[in-house]
Write a new protein. Structure first.
Length: 502
């Protein structure tokens, strides 16, 4: 226990009254110390505030630090002791003075330990609160709270979460994968996003939705086209001389809008251009370089063909996505090819970015194989607080001035796009750099294969391309792209026939 006061007395052993006793006041706390000079033994006592016993832990601790044997006895609140001559020359005064110090040291150590434990506890609680607050903020930011709209995540789960790896760096052993960032980036890359994952190939099977006789008939027609090079050349020449009616492009080429076009010869027709709500647009304009592509129902466009956004048209692009209710974006170009910018990055590297009133949050980025990757976004209108989810399919293996080395990756890419899109009534946004060559080829392949899946038995790809060019000029730029479209259709029909029960 704590000491109320201490007193050390040095006196001649009784009964020697001639001994000289000298008493000194030690301090104002009532500590008294008495010492006798030139004696062989010294005696003293210490008075505590409470009754003690011989085995009391505090009494034991009092003597441990002296490192010399000190005979003592306990009577009520007093502890008496005797000091004999010792090698350390300890006196009764030293013993009395030392009696208070150990207790003070133990008390100080206890207080320090309690303070440390308290600090650790407070820090842990603070971190827990901050993390909880951060999770709530993130949920609110992504529109996952009660105010969020209800939407299905099944397609996204199938495509982006099926094989999601733990957070970390890309596996870049393969040379193609190691160059992915350079293909879809126009600048220095930060460390890989926490949403990224390693490549995982999982080919989508061809849908067996065609009868055998129709399939063989179409396949024979396509193979004949591909074998007869003269016929193919004549067909392409006829397509090049084809003129769409109407074909006015006055809005796209007006002084106010020319700066919004990436290529001056790749612009939308007036009659089929996508119109934005001018009152919402930051520049109070309804123009964007994009065209609606109708397959069969004029009231329900199947595609929106557009150029790769420019840095100053990114907010226009997201306004178009929002106003047309689009949930799928098909990107057919890298951001930079051979040092030339093909498209500006219109999504954040990680986290979220605000483009006018549209907040885009990157949820995941998954490399399916060396040829394409899939990103998932949450898109939020900060004015209305409405939130939607959409998926971007980014094909990496189609050079600007060429064609893919194989149709297989593109066909598997298309199957995954359609699996995600299945059941939707909104248009699919397709873009490359200028929104004509690669964009037109992909739309042509998809439109022809969709018609076959619906049971159409006679397929005229040249006539289908004319139908597409009626709605946007320059779709499918080269003969190689047209021939690639024929090859892709033939390969898919062949895959469907193999999938049919024999």
């Amino acid at each position: 226990g704590s000491m109320a006061h201490k007193m050390a007395a040095a006196e001649a052993p009784p009964p020697k009254p001639e001994g000289v006793r000298k008493e000194l006041a030690a301090n104002q706390d009532g500590v008294r110390k008495s010492e006798a000079a030139a004696t062989t033994e010294e005696y003293g006592y210490i008075v505590t505030k409470q009754r003690c016993s011989q085995s009391d832990e505090s009494i034991e601790n009092m003597w441990l630090c002296l490192c010399v044997p000190v005979p003592r006895s306990v009577v009520g609140p007093a502890v008496t002791f005797r000091i004999r001559p010792n090698s350390k020359n300890l006196t009764a005064g030293d013993v009395a003075a030392n009696a208070v110090q150990p207790t003070s040291r133990w008390l100080f150590a206890t207080l320090v330990a309690m303070a440390c434990m308290g600090s650790i506890l407070v820090a842990a609680m603070t971190i827990a609160c901050l993390r909880h607050h951060a999770h709530r903020l993130a949920a609110k930011k992504l529109g996952l709270g009660p105010e969020a709209g209800s939407f299905s995540h099944q397609e996204y789960q199938d495509l982006c979460r099926q094989h999601m790896a733990s957070k970390g760096a890309f596996g870049r052993a393969d040379s193609r994968v190691s160059s992915v960032s350079s293909q879809f980036s126009d600048g220095a890359q930060p460390s890989p996003s926490s949403h990224s994952s390693t490549p995982s190939w999982c080919e989508e099977p061809a849908q067996a939705n065609m009868d055998i006789s129709t399939g063989h008939m179409i396949l024979a027609y396509m193979e004949d086209h591909l074998r007869n090079k003269n016929r193919l050349m004549k067909e392409w020449e006829a397509l090049c001389s084809y003129q769409a009616e109407p074909s006015a492009v006055s809005v796209a080429l007006s002084d106010a809008n020319t700066k919004k076009n990436r290529c001056p010869d790749s612009v939308p027709y007036d009659h089929s251009r996508v119109k934005l709500k001018a009152e919402i647009n930051p520049s109070r304009s309804d123009y964007i370089n994009a065209s609606t592509i109708i397959e069969h129902d004029p009231r329900m466009p199947a595609y929106i063909a557009t150029q790769g956004p420019l840095s100053h048209t990114i907010s226009d692009f997201w306004q178009m996505v929002w106003e047309n209710g689009c949930t799928v974006i098909v990107m057919m170009t890298a951001l930079v090819e051979d040092g030339e910018k093909q498209c500006d990055r219109y999504w954040p590297d990680e986290g979220s970015s605000l483009y006018h009133i549209y907040e885009v949050n990157l949820v995941s980025e998954h490399i399916w194989c060396n040829d394409f990757l899939v990103r998932s976004f949450y898109l939020k209108n900060v004015q209305t607080q409405e939130t939607r989810t959409l998926t971007q399919f980014h094909f990496l293996s189609w050079p600007a001035q060429g064609i893919p080395t194989s149709t297989r990756p593109l066909l598997d890419f298309r199957r995954k796009v359609n699996k995600c899109y299945r059941g939707r009534s909104c248009p699919i946004i397709v873009h490359c750099s200028d929104g004509t060559g690669r964009t037109g080829t992909y739309i042509l392949i998809d439109m022809v294969l969709n018609r076959m899946a619906k049971g159409v038995k006679e397929i005229d790809i040249a006539a289908t391309l004319e139908h597409v060019r009626d709605q946007r000029p320059g779709m499918v730029r080269t003969k190689d792209q047209f021939e690639f479209a024929l090859t892709a259709v033939a390969e898919e029909v062949n895959a469907i026939l193999k999938a049919l029960p024999q």
